[in-house]
Design a protein around this ligand. Structure first.
Ligand code: MEV
Length: 452
């Protein structure tokens, strides 16, 4: 592989050709395959190309739905974009289970977002502290135009605090601002406000008569929103009398509830289990976040930090059994938007919103949290009953069969065979090889006997 300068300036065809000749023994085939994933409609392709840089082709991911999600009394089909097999099936199984047991409930606890201006100021903190209200007024005045629309929608800047961070580093302070961004995720809005706060501060400090020369020259280190939004918080839950849980194959409802609660206790207290437990929750949340054009990295980063908010990384879900009632809930922060960003641009994101009945941001938070909870219920249910591999291996088997280009009859026969045998890549390969060799031998010996 050679280094290249000016790659971004090349046309898409040139970019593809350069790469193909760098990496492939058969550049024509490489280019042809990459191009085969281009959208037939040039305008749509142009749209996809422009989402990012150096775009060569489209990377397909499955877009599926989970039907039967009863949330706060309303039925939803929830779109999910995810490549991992079993995730949609698991959420769908949970949705169906709770459909007949009162459904899911959810509520948004708060919707505040945070941004910070980090700066160094060599001076007397008290001097700044005393004048901070005046500075804050100026910051609000100077952002009035930026915040006008947001204020009309009921949002804007909620507060700005001066935070003394000199216990961490000499001369280090922050302006920590809280925002309400209504139905937008608000990243651009917040960052624009923060940069204006920083500008205002520099201009204001430069003309303060009571300041020393150094105090008139604060050094702005950076102005950026925080993806940690512990006060942009949603809760979703399910509950029913233990007896209504029903039986799980060999296991009665009381044993199920007991084991479920113990599994949650483990995920609350053991970091190794908590990580996997929460990973499963984000299987569900991320897939909804992705389908609705939101930033799943931000949601995950925030969720994991929140899971460690008391200094120890713990499960995001909780369970209680009190007076015969099984209750299971999730409390998770997430900053989602239903306007702006990809939400109005990506044709499938627009369809996802149509499928969901055009929710606002608060409703989308409830839907995503519910799918996280549904996912976790399905995972823990499998783990404490049949074990996770049973369901996983069925999907895994299908993937392996696809890998070996199994025919329909081979697939059907393999599914039957693996009801009684352990699935593994080599076991599937050996089985198919055996069948194919036998069929070949039959053909060679002139036999027309049927084979799988
Ligand atoms: C797999 O992607 C997720 C699970 O491991 C989650 C869990 O263990 O709770 C099944």
């Amino acid at each position: 592989m050679q280094a290249i300068s000016g790659y971004s300036k090349l046309s898409k065809e040139q970019k593809l050709a350069w790469l193909a000749h760098q990496v492939s023994d058969n550049p024509e085939a490489f280019i042809e395959e990459m191009k085969s994933y281009w959208h037939a409609d040039r305008a749509v392709q142009k749209l996809f190309d422009e989402f990012s840089e150096n775009t060569l082709t489209n990377f397909y991911m499955p877009f599926g739905i989970v039907p039967n999600v009863l949330l706060n009394g309303e039925l939803y089909a929830v779109p999910m974009v995810i490549e991992e097999s079993s995730v949609v099936a698991a959420a769908a199984q949970s949705a169906k289970f709770w459909l007949t047991r009162g459904g899911f409930k959810a509520k948004v606890l708060s919707t505040k977002k945070i941004g910070q201006v980090h700066f160094l100021w060599e001076g007397d903190f008290l001097k700044l502290d005393v004048l901070f209200d005046e500075l804050k007024e100026k910051m609000l005045d100077n952002t009035a135009l930026i915040t006008k629309n947001m204020r009309q929608r009921g949002g804007g800047i909620l507060d700005i605090e001066l935070v003394n961070m000199t216990h961490i580093e000499p001369h280090y302070y922050q302006f920590k601002a809280t925002f309400e961004t209504c139905d937008s995720m608000g990243a651009n809005f917040i960052n624009t406000c923060l940069e204006e706060f920083a500008r205002t501060f520099k201009q204001w400090a430069a003309v303060q008569e009571g300041f020393t020369e150094k105090e008139r020259q604060p050094m702005i280190i950076m102005s950026i929103l925080s993806n940690y939004t512990p006060e942009c918080l949603v809760q979703a839950w399910v509950e029913c009398p233990i007896a209504d849980l029903g039986n799980f194959e060999e296991m009665d409802a009381a044993t199920f509830a007991f084991k479920f609660e113990k599994a949650l206790m483990i995920a609350k207290n053991d970091v190794y289990r908590a990580t996997t437990h929460n990973k499963g929750i984000f299987n569900g949340i991320d897939a909804v976040v992705l389908a609705t054009g939101n930033d799943f990295r931000a949601v995950e980063a925030c969720g994991h930090v929140y899971a460690a908010r008391d200094g120890k990384y713990r499960s995001l879900t909780d369970c209680s059994i009190e007076e015969g009632i099984f209750r299971f809930w999730i409390t998770v922060p997430m900053a989602l938007g239903t306007v702006g960003g990809l939400t109005n641009l990506h044709p499938l994101v627009r369809r996802a919103f149509e499928i969901l009945g055009h929710p606002n941001a608060a409703k989308l938070m409830q839907i995503a949290a519910t799918i996280g909870l549904a996912q976790n219920f399905a995972a823990v249910k499998s783990l404490i009953t049949s074990g996770i591999q049973k369901g996983h291996m069925k999907m895994h088997l299908m993937n392996i069969l696809k890998h070996f280009d199994a025919t329909e009859s081979e697939t059907a026969a393999a599914i039957e065979h693996f009801k009684h045998h352990v699935v593994s890549f080599s076991a599937v390969r050996d089985l198919l090889d055996g069948w194919r060799e036998a069929a070949e031998a039959k053909r060679n010996s002139g036999s027309d006997a049927a084979s799988v």
